[in-house]
Structures are given as structure tokens and as C-alpha cells.
Design a protein around this ligand. Structure first.
Ligand SMILES: *Cc1c(COP(=O)(O)O)cnc(C)c1O
Length: 485
């Protein structure tokens, strides 16, 4: 095992700014006054806010130290599965900060917003080409809002067919937002179990699909990191009953430029620009969840829509069947620029290679660790692989212990206890940008932890002891949450 990286350095304790300040310190200088002093009316002005007096270094060091308590993709490997914490090239931030974009006001008339509208129009075309679903809206602010938009489109579609359906089929591997979005649209979720291979079996879908079911929501690749290889048969069964197929495309980074979603029978799909298309996320956003649909469903997309005529761009509200507006203005525009910049700088071949490398890296980890950690579905995976703690239970070591101990080896823990279909799940997504040396270090750390579990389980139960924050009392935190700061 190599010397662990990351958490063994100096970590400064840092008090609150209020505890740090001292009367009379000042962080800036202002020009000498050239008018007479004038008393401020204290009755109106009051005492002023209770801000501490601080010098410049006090403030700079305070926030720099706090930032050093954080772990990020810029400090090390971040193998969270289902979230795709990939490296987000800094050039995308630069493009998003260009004054023409950053200063564009959404209420400007379209003739003064041509560049902005062109960018949105072209991004829609790119996403249409990548997914095979050519009509796109950029409005939804996240994957979950994309799902809601998709469900509204399902509802509108069935309504124009003169029928009202009440159910949606959702596999047991689905992300929790899927049934939540369906419920918001008054659909009742009908769960379907994945088979022994971790994917949907057509017969199981056929058994529940009926004429009161609006369609199915399938995550592909699914949350076990497996490709739903029966998707065509499943789509056919749903379509035969007049239903629609929704694909949760949060895992699209495994199949960009490789799978055409329309060819696999999908009618509506959302993307997470903040997962697949290189916008940083975590801490709640901002995100972007564009929805891509077949040409037949285009007239239901939210308005306004960006349209092009003779090289000029316009916003059109003229879509009477539209599900309406689902976000202020046009969604999270800054995120759209970053995705556009990412797609343009990668090119078609680059995007395809990103997917291929993401899949290669995940399969390398899967193959390297499958004798050490239990692998419930031993088949080729996509961009992430799922183990669990079955081999460790004899030593009273759990998935949580492994995750906590990993921090002491300098790695952010992977996603744990998700997906729910695997008890004690450890879900690892290395992403395409990690090099072999870094992945090997992660594999070594995981193997070394499994060894410790056998020889010295106490070490894992107490972990982490070196990072800034030790093991938290999660039960008390859940039972008696402190909500007042
Ligand atoms: C992240 C994710 C979502 C939800 O997306 P948000 O952008 O977080 O709302 C839905 N499905 C899957 C599979 C996901 O990984």
C-alpha cells in the first residue's frame, strides 16, 4: 500500500468570524474624505448590523481554511455512483462568464439576444443528436423536474387521445425521484422487479402493462450500472397497449454516441447536464434537466420555444398543446452554456470516447475488486459497478465502516446503501477522467480495508479519526435534528 494521500496534512482549526474579530481591525481602505462629516440620524439608522471587525488576512485565511476542509473533484477521486461527479473543465466556466452571456437579461428583446438564442437553439440540436430524440426543451432545472415535465407530456398525450390513464410502471432499480414525479402527476406507481440479471424481463412488464397504464419509466443504463438489454421488447409491449416509454437519462454518460435512445423505443428522456455534460454539482445546484422527445410529441414541450427562421432566432409561444411553462424564463441558462462549451470542445468523437473510458474504468474496478467484495450481478457493467458488504459481515464490518475508513486513505467514499435492491450496496463510479494510477490506488485502498476488516475490525468501527470531522452520531442526528444552526 502506498502512502495515503490527502488527509494527513495540516488541518487548521478555524473559529467563527465573530470569535476571530477584534475591535478596530479593518480589511480595506477608502479614499480620504473631502467633504464635512455629517451625523447619521441614529433613529433611522439604528446601531448597524453586528459584524465583526476583521483584517484582510483574517477574511482570506478564514475562507481558504474552510475550503480546505472540503473534498472535491479538484482534490482527489470522487467515486460517487449515480451522481457522476466528473471533472468539469474550467474552460466551461470561462465561457459561461463571458460578458455577453453573463450580462444577458432575460427580458431583453429577441433582436438584442440573438447570440444567446442561437446558443440555446444549437444546444437543443446537439442534445437531440446525442439522444436520437430530436425535439428538446432546456427549461427544467434538474433531472427530477425533467421527469415531472415528461409525466406532464405523458398526461397531455393521453388526453389528446381522448383517454385518461392512472398508472405508471416503475422498475425496482429506479431512482426515488421517478415514482415521486409520477405521483405529482397523479399517476400510481406500479413496481416491477428486475430479474436475476439485474434488468427488466419483458414477461414481467407484460404481466402488469394494461390499458389503464400510461407507460413506463426506465433508467437506462439502470441504477445497478447495467444496460437494460431488453429495452426494445419492453418498449414494444408498452407501445402495443398505447403507452409511452420514458427513459431516465441520468446515466447517459455511459452511452453517449453509442446508443440511439429513439431506436431503442424511447419516446421521452431527460438528461442531467450537471452529471453527463460537465457542470459542477453538489450542494443543491444549479442544475439543468433538458427533456428530449420524439417529433410526434414535440408540440407538447414547454413554451416559449426557440425557433429559427432565415438565420434569425425567435421565441415562440404558439404551441397550443404545450404543457406550459415549467421554469422562470428559459431554465438555468448558465448551466446550458457550460454544457454547450463541453459538447463543442469534446466533439462527437470525444463524447463517445468519454463514455467508452467511463465504462472501461468501471469494469476495471469491478474485475479488480470482485474477489474482495461481493458482486451481486457479475456481468459487464456500464459506467458504475455495485458491490456489497456480504463478505465482511462475519467480521461485523459494514458498508458504512468501509466508507468511513476510505476517507483515511484520502478518497471520497462511493455511494452507499443505494440502489435499494442491493442490501449494503457500495456503488462505485470512477468516471472517465481518472487515470490508471489513481484507480489502482483506490483499488489498493479498498483491498487494504478488506484486509483490516479481517484483522483489526475496530480500526474500521472507529474510522475516521484523522479527517476534520470524525464519525457522526447519525442516529441522534436523525432522531433529534438540530434545525436552528
Ligand atoms: C440524479 C438522478 C436523478 C435526479 O436528478 P436531479 O438532477 O438530482 O433532480 C434521477 N434519476 C437518476 C438515475 C439519477 O441519478
Amino acid at each position: 500500500m502506498q502512502e495515503p494521500v490527502g488527509t494527513k496534512g495540516l488541518i487548521f482549526n478555524e473559529p467563527l468570524l465573530w470569535e476571530k474579530g477584534a475591535k478596530g481591525r479593518c480589511g480595506f481602505s477608502i479614499p480620504r474624505r473631502d467633504v464635512d462629516a455629517f451625523p447619521v440620524d441614529e433613529a433611522i439608522h439604528g446601531d448597524g448590523p453586528d459584524f465583526p471587525d476583521l483584517g484582510e488576512s483574517d477574511v482570506v485565511r478564514h475562507f481558504t481554511r474552510l475550503s480546505q476542509w472540503n473534498f472535491s473533484v479538484d482534490s482527489g477521486m470522487y467515486p460517487l455512483g449515480s451522481c457522476t461527479m466528473k471533472y468539469n473543465p474550467k474552460t466551461n466556466e470561462r465561457q459561461a462568464a463571458l460578458p455577453g452571456f453573463a450580462g444577458a437579461h432575460p427580458l431583453l428583446p429577441t433582436e438584442l439576444s440573438q447570440g444567446v438564442l442561437q446558443m440555446m437553439y444549437e444546444l437543443e440540436r446537439y442534445l437531440g443528436e446525442i439522444t436520437g430524440l430530436s425535439a428538446v426543451t432546456l427549461q427544467p432545472a434538474a433531472g427530477a423536474q425533467g421527469e415531472l415535465t415528461g409525466m406532464l407530456i405523458f398526461y397531455a398525450y393521453h388526453q389528446t387521445q381522448g383517454r385518461k390513464r392512472s398508472k405508471i410502471i416503475i422498475p425496482d432499480t429506479a431512482h426515488g425521484t421517478n415514482p415521486a414525479s409520477a405521483t405529482l402527476c397523479s399517476y400510481k406507481s406500479v413496481p416491477v422487479k428486475s430479474d436475476e440479471n439485474g434488468v427488466l424481463a419483458p414477461a414481467d412488464v407484460a404481466a402488469v402493462m394494461d390499458d389503464d397504464t400510461a407507460g413506463i419509466m426506465v433508467t437506462n443504463p439502470n441504477t445497478l450500472g447495467l444496460f437494460e438489454d431488453n429495452i426494445r421488447e419492453v418498449a414494444e409491449i408498452v407501445h402495443d397497449h398505447g403507452g409511452l416509454v420514458y427513459a431516465d437519462g441520468a446515466n447517459m454518460n455511459a452511452v453517449m454516441g453509442i446508443v440511439n435512445m429513439a431506436d431503442s423505443g424511447v419516446d421521452v428522456l431527460h438528461l442531467n447536464l450537471h452529471k453527463t455534460f460537465a457542470t459542477p454539482h453538489g450542494g443543491g445546484g444549479p442544475g439543468s434537466g433538458p427533456v428530449c422527445v420524439t417529433p410526434e410529441l414535440e408540440h407538447f414541450l414547454p413554451t416559449p420555444r426557440v425557433i429559427e427562421k432565415d438565420g434569425a432566432y425567435f421565441l415562440s409561444e404558439n404551441y397550443p398543446d404545450s404543457v406550459g411553462k415549467i421554469h422562470a424564463f428559459y431554465g438555468n441558462f448558465g448551466v446550458q452554456i457550460k454544457a454547450y462549451s463541453y459538447i463543442r470542445s469534446m466533439g462527437a468523437d470525444g463524447l463517445k470516447m468519454a463514455s467508452q473510458l467511463a465504462v472501461l474504468n468501471a469494469n476495471y474496478i469491478k474485475a479488480s475488486l470482485k474477489d474482495t467484495y461481493y458482486l451481486p450481478y457479475d456481468r459487464p457493467c456500464m459506467h458504475e459497478c455495485v458491490f456489497n458488504d456480504k463478505f465482511l459481515s462475519d467480521f461485523k464490518v459494514s458498508t458504512l465502516d468501509v466508507a468511513k475508513r476510505l476517507m483515511e486513505y484520502g478518497f471520497h467514499p462511493p455511494t452507499i446503501y443505494f440502489p435499494l435492491v442491493v442490501a449494503g450496496a457500495i456503488m462505485i463510479e470512477p468516471t472517465e477522467t481518472e487515470c490508471k494510477q489513481d484507480i489502482d490506488m483506490f483499488i489498493d485502498a479498498m483491498k487494504s480495508i478488506a484486509q483490516e476488516a479481517r484483522e483489526n475490525p475496530e480500526l474500521l468501527h472507529e474510522a475516521p479519526t484523522t479527517p476534520k470531522v470524525r464519525r457522526l452520531d447519525e442516529i441522534t442526528a436523525a432522531r433529534k435534528p438540530c434545525l436552528c444552526g
